[in-house]
Design a protein around this ligand. Structure first.
Ligand SMILES: NC(=O)c1ccc[n+]([C@@H]2O[C@H](COP(=O)([O-])OP(=O)(O)OC[C@H]3O[C@@H](n4cnc5c(N)ncnc54)[C@H](OP(=O)(O)O)[C@@H]3O)[C@@H](O)[C@H]2O)c1
Length: 167
């Protein structure tokens, strides 16, 4: 296994919660805008359950869906694969593919990625899916930007960027 140019992008509560009942728990429009800005034009690699939670395809992005099922039907901008290695292989033309979740796929991606774009939502949520602990032996926090509560954002949140150390 080798680390690649993969970036994990995730939003997590203070207790690392990322979702409940196959849904997001909060609504933070500025974080969604940032997600769109960073991922547009790139491959987005995700687990089959996260894909199922979307109302439709995200524009200007190629969806790489990881599943154990065989014989999936690829359509325009949707490619099914059976492993993270295969997801990386089909993304090799993209200089900056993103892993966008969920819990099972983040756990695998921690061993393949070199960057994490974490939105830390400053609240403890009740959920059923979690982001793995970021081990400071392996990751450097290289930036941290605080965003206040306002009329559109019920919780404050931080944009935290991590890069892999030379390990
Ligand atoms: N806050 C955030 O930033 C964020 C981002 C994304 C998702 N989420 C949340 O996360 C939750 C979904 O996460 P989840 O952990 O339940 O599911 P998930 O990681 O999205 O998808 C799990 C599925 O991935 C496939 N899979 C997992 N490991 C595999 C492997 N080793 N090889 C091949 N396929 C594999 C399986 O698909 P098959 O069953 O088809 O075989 C499995 O059921 C939702 O609540 C969603 O809203 C949050």
């Amino acid at each position: 296994m080798t680390r690649t140019n993969l970036t994990i992008i995730v939003a997590a509560g203070t207790n690392n919660t990322i979702g409940k009942d196959n849904k997001l728990i909060w609504h933070l429009p500025n974080d969604l805008k940032r997600f769109k800005r960073l991922t547009s034009g790139h491959n987005i690699i995700m687990g089959r359950k996260t894909f199922d939670s979307f109302p439709g395809l995200l524009p200007k992005r190629k969806h790489i869906i990881i599943t154990r099922k065989k014989e999936n039907k690829n359509i325009e901008n949707v490619i099914y694969v059976n492993s993270m290695e295969e997801a990386i292989e089909v993304s090799k033309e993209d200089p900056n593919p993103f892993v966008i979740g969920g819990g099972e796929i983040y756990k695998i991606a921690m061993n393949y990625s070199s960057k994490i774009e974490l939105t830390r939502v400053n609240h403890q949520f009740d959920g059923d899916t979690y982001f793995p602990e970021i081990n400071s032996d392996n990751w450097n926090k290289v930036s941290d930007e605080f965003n206040e509560i306002d009329e559109k954002h019920k919780f404050s949140f931080n944009y935290e960027t991590y890069e892999i150390k030379n390990i």
